[in-house]
Design a protein around this ligand. Structure first.
Ligand code: B12
Ligand code: SF4
Ligand code: SF4
Length: 368
């Protein structure tokens, strides 16, 4: 098979598996490796030690360290854009980042990338492959940009000129040599700075300079311990992740809704925030923060894991989610949350108790 036929075959297979876009990048040092090292140097990764581990740093800088003999990185994307008007601030409804409103995407990508890897091995039995999604030591956005999928916006996310930025990325490293696509070389942000101006915690310190320690996504999903007190009021009712720097991005206006039902993308969202509605393998979280916190108070850690195992909420665990809900309730201005917060004070998790105490103080101060 000629190299171009090989490329065509793999592209068709990736699209046939349901990915929205696919591109091929050479397996050399990612173009923004220096920016990554500078980010680590500034300590902006916070507690995400997996971003700084020496072996993982080496792999991010050289894909050949992740897969010896690696020649090509196949990058795939999947849109989870929703027809969703968003939710007004200051309500008692929990706001959950859009990517987390369906099935956890990791399993979905793993299944599809495994099928693509099988095809590679069928076409070239000596070829080796390694799939990565999210948690692997791969600078996914850099390779996506080099594979022609879009550019890295000032909010640091990859923006596809047609699909916008509500995308998830995955990569298949392979020893197979596939002709690369043209890199996406334009910066279509132009003079826009809406994302920088809209970020409530000023986490985007300059264009493409994101201090993760300030980002609501980090604070509500990645951080295991206590949320810095000065940042808590800025989180509002965002109890899992944050989409503000995408909501304001003009490249998401009019982007088509994603078609992957498992990601909850195909259903019109209405005022739906926590992704209610039946979806195979996915529990329906309560619609109000108060009810959700009540539910979690009654669950053991084990029962929480089992209930939310198919969802992104598994990551922060029960105490992390309850911590986030306490912050949201503290910011809600609703005195009816007081009795529940008193119960949270007694929770077996000290983390929850500490955030409940803060929330009670804040409610007292704001409802006076
Ligand atoms: C760690 C991480 C986070 C951290 C840090 C975010 C970050 N920007 O790095 C936190 C927890 C904050 C986070 C949040 C989110 N994340 Co995240 N995250 C990752 C992860 C695991 C690694 C990212 C990484 O390598 N960071 C390293 C640092 C150095 O990146 P950086 O500061 O942005 O710098 C890069 C670029 O901005 C650029 N760059 C920097 N400076 C300059 C200068 C110039 C001139 C140029 C041209 C480029 C450039 O090059 C650098 C290297 O790639 C990736 C998955 C993966 N394996 O890649 C997902 C990933 C980036 N996250 C993703 C998502 C969906 C999110 C959220 C939207 C989730 C949410 N709704 O809450 C938010 C968005 C926040 C934001 N504005 O970035 C998607 C993004 C898809 C896309 N369209 O780009 C990814 C790719 C996961 C996936 N597999 O789909 N995330
Ligand atoms: S996700 Fe939210 S907190 Fe993080 S950079 Fe974007 S707007 Fe700021
Ligand atoms: S809001 Fe503007 S500056 Fe930010 S990523 Fe979108 S186009 Fe770029």
């Amino acid at each position: 098979m000629s190299p171009n036929d090989l490329q065509r075959r793999l592209r068709a297979a990736a699209l046939g598996l349901g990915f929205d876009q696919v591109g091929f990048a050479p397996a050399s040092e990612p173009p923004n490796a220096a920016a990554y090292l500078a980010w680590l140097e500034r300590g902006w990764h916070g507690e995400m030690s997996y971003m700084a581990r020496e072996d993982a740093v080496r792999r991010r800088l050289d894909p050949g360290q992740a897969l010896p003999g690696c020649r090509t990185i196949v990058v795939v994307s999947l849109s989870y854009a929703r027809l969703d008007p968003g939710i007004p601030e200051g309500t008692e409804k929990p706001v959950v980042a859009r990517y987390a409103r369906g099935r956890d995407y990791h399993g979905l990508f793993e299944e599809r990338l495994a099928a693509l890897a099988e095809l590679v091995e069928e076409l070239e039995p000596d070829a080796r492959t390694r799939p990565y999604v999210d948690y692997g030591p791969v600078l996914e956005r850099d390779h996506a940009q080099r594979a022609g999928l879009g550019w890295i916006g000032k909010n640091t996310l990859l923006i596809d000129p047609t699909l916008g930025s509500y995308l998830l990325l995955g990569a298949l490293l392979t020893t197979l040599e596939v002709p690369p696509d043209d890199a996406f070389t334009e910066d279509r942000c132009g003079s826009c700075a809406r994302c920088i101006d809209a970020c409530p915690t000023r986490a985007i310190r300059w264009p493409r300079g994101l201090d993760a320690r300030l980002c609501i996504s980090y604070l509500t999903i990645e951080l295991r311990g206590s949320i810095p007190v000065e940042l808590r009021p800025l989180i509002g009712n965002r109890i899992f992740g944050c989409d503000i720097c995408q909501e304001v991005c003009p490249w998401n206006d009019g982007a088509p809704a994603g078609s992957t039902e498992e990601l909850g993308a195909a259903r019109p969202g209405g005022a739906d925030t926590a992704a209610r509605g039946a979806m195979p393998g996915r529990p329906v979280p309560p619609e109000r923060m108060l009810e959700w916190a009540e539910e979690l108070l009654e669950l053991s850690d084990e029962a929480y894991r089992s209930r939310y195992r198919e969802t992104a909420f598994a990551r922060p665990g029960r105490s992390g989610m309850l911590r986030n809900l306490c912050v949201g309730l503290g910011n809600s201005g609703r005195p009816e949350a007081v009795p529940l917060l008193h119960r949270c004070l007694e929770d077996r998790s000290e983390l929850v108790g500490e955030h409940a105490a803060w929330a009670l103080q804040r409610l007292e101060a704001t409802s006076a």
